[in-house]
Design a protein around this ligand. Structure first.
Ligand code: BDR
Ligand code: CA
Length: 330
């Protein structure tokens, strides 16, 4: 039985198939209370991200504030959304959508984050699983944000695992490297969940089929459809993923860090982001306390806890059991 109050989470997201999976995990888990969804560009345009967040919450019968955030990176030109990975609609090209009535909260994503942090000082955890422009803007609006939030967990970056948009860069960081470097140097309690762990978690389509068959609900049907599309992309790219016809779970692991921290091995150190050049979007972790002569590694930059190992089988089991639970009503 749940004895402590659930963790209040603002979910900053660009849904996105794995973003949808992570949202439903969070809604299904009794230790998490999603108090707002702030959207950003990334896997889709920010307008489509907001539409998807409204749709995913509506069909799961949840009325959670959803805001629309920034539409483009801070310091470079934006790229076209990766339709071939998430579908042109971000949810694997759903064949149809049910009519829904949820409406956007009129505030910007950054303003919503600031308002909620001020209203609940020390209580809100920010889970960010897209490019980080909303967080960077929120920091500009409220410089005290790092002391007002409880902690920040982000899916992005990589240390030892090869990148997914270049040999060294992960997509969320590469999509807005200037915002990401601002986030890594803000001085809040920060955990990075990058490809070092997310590339260990392969989720077979069969898992989502079992969930959809048991739940018999539009929300888990939509998720199964979206995951099928996403798995086709990953299975075409990686033979070991094709073996199980699956996909990487990426964003859902940002919530597993909150609900199952014991399943992760971490290292702590300063993280900086390369903002331009061939290494653009690289997350560099200072793994040894060396007093480097190069500027930018001084002790006044806060440390990040970086996830480097994960017990993937236990995570997969926790995801399945959570999504099989009684979180949906008819
Ligand atoms: C990250 O990029 C997006 O495509 C996914 O939703 C995830 O947040 C993985 O690199
Ligand atoms: Ca994402």
């Amino acid at each position: 039985m749940q004895t402590t109050a659930p963790t209040k989470v603002i979910y900053d997201t660009d849904p996105g198939v794995d973003d949808a999976m992570a949202l439903y995990y969070a809604l299904a888990h009794p230790a998490i209370e999603v108090v707002g969804i702030t959207t950003t560009f990334g896997n889709v345009t920010v307008a489509q991200a907001a539409t998807n967040a409204l749709y995913l919450t509506a069909i799961a019968q949840r009325d959670i504030p959803v805001t629309q955030g920034i539409a483009a990176p801070w310091g470079k030109h934006g790229e076209a959304p990766p339709d071939h990975i998430h579908g042109a609609d971000g949810l694997g090209n759903l064949p149809s959508r049910l009519p829904t009535r949820n409406r956007l909260d009129p505030r910007s994503s950054a303003q919503f984050i600031v308002d909620m942090a001020r209203a609940h000082p020390g209580e809100i955890t920010l889970v960010a699983v897209g490019p980080l422009g909303n967080l960077a803007l929120a920091l500009a609006l409220e410089p005290a944000l790092p002391t007002l939030l409880r902690e920040v967990v982000l899916m992005g970056g990589t240390v030892l695992e090869p990148g997914n948009v270049s040999p060294v860069a992960e997509a969320n960081i590469w999509n807005d490297p200037h915002a990401a470097d601002r986030v890594f140097t803000a001085g809040w309690k920060l955990t990075m969940v990058g490809l070092d762990v997310t590339h260990r978690l392969i989720l077979p389509v069969a898992l989502f089929k079992r969930i959809a068959e048991q739940q018999r609900h539009p929300a888990t049907d939509a998720l199964l459809h979206a995951v099928g599309f996403y798995a086709n992309f990953y299975s075409g790219l990686y033979p070991h993923v094709a073996q199980v016809h699956g996909c990487f779970g990426h964003d859902v692991l940002a919530f597993l860090v909150l609900t199952h921290p014991h399943l992760f091995g971490t290292e702590t150190g300063r993280v900086r982001v390369a903002v331009d050049g061939l290494a653009q979007g690289q997350t560099m972790l200072r793994r040894k306390r060396i007093d480097y002569p190069q500027a930018g590694w001084d002790d006044n930059v806060g440390d990040t806890t970086v996830c480097m190992q994960v017990q993937a089988d236990a995570c997969r089991e926790a995801i399945e059991q959570t999504l099989l639970g009684p979180w949906l009503t008819r």
